[in-house]
Write a protein that binds this ligand. Structure first.
Ligand code: ADP
Length: 169
């Protein structure tokens, strides 16, 4: 089936993938916040043409972070990952736009910053995997899960962006 590329249509994963309303959860981790990289990271998504739907600085509980990373619970680095994520506030955001999940990941770079291309956020500003300054959802499904884990429905803002017609044909 062909789905129109407009707002307020079908919100199935399939439709979101090809629509300008696909959403991803992006977070600046504590090291990124403390290093003063929040503005830089936001600027890259803004300049690319993505639409900011939600934004807050939060100090989540250990429980909240363990649920966020529940798929990694068995990994040896899990405890240090959680204490890293607890080491300061996190800038949590939701960005919306065509292919936001995949493009968001590409903009962040590889998990290991040393393997990240120059020009990506991690490739430009980080060195080690355990201090890789940012998070981005890895699929539309996990984006939906993460967005509702970090934000209430009320915090997901609805507004018209008149630049839309300059960004999309
Ligand atoms: P990504 O954040 O790129 O989706 P993962 O989901 O695999 O990567 O891992 C989540 C986070 O856990 C990484 O961003 C990184 O901060 C940390 N991490 C992953 N692998 C390691 C590792 N081998 N050593 C230390 N920290 C790691």
């Amino acid at each position: 089936a062909v789905h129109a590329v407009t707002d307020e249509v079908c919100h199935s994963d399939e439709c979101r993938k090809m629509s300008t309303t696909e959403r991803t959860f992006i977070a600046v981790k504590p090291d990124g916040v403390q290093r003063g990289l929040v503005g830089e990271i936001i600027a890259r998504f803004e300049k690319r043409g993505y639409k900011l739907i939600a934004l807050k600085l939060v100090s989540p509980t250990k429980d909240h972070l363990e649920t966020h990373y529940e798929d990694l619970k068995g990994k040896p680095f899990f405890p240090s990952l959680i204490s890293y994520m607890l080491s300061g506030p996190i800038a949590a955001m939701v960005w919306e736009g065509l292919d936001a999940v995949k493009t968001g990941r590409a903009m962040l770079g590889a998990t290991n910053p040393l393997a990240s291309a120059i020009g990506t956020i991690r490739g430009d500003y980080a060195i080690q995997t355990g201090r890789n300054i940012c998070h981005g959802s890895d699929s539309v499904e996990s984006a939906n899960k993460e967005i509702s884990h970090w934000f209430t429905e009320n915090e997901l803002n609805k507004y018209n962006n008149p630049l839309q017609s300059l960004i999309y044909e």
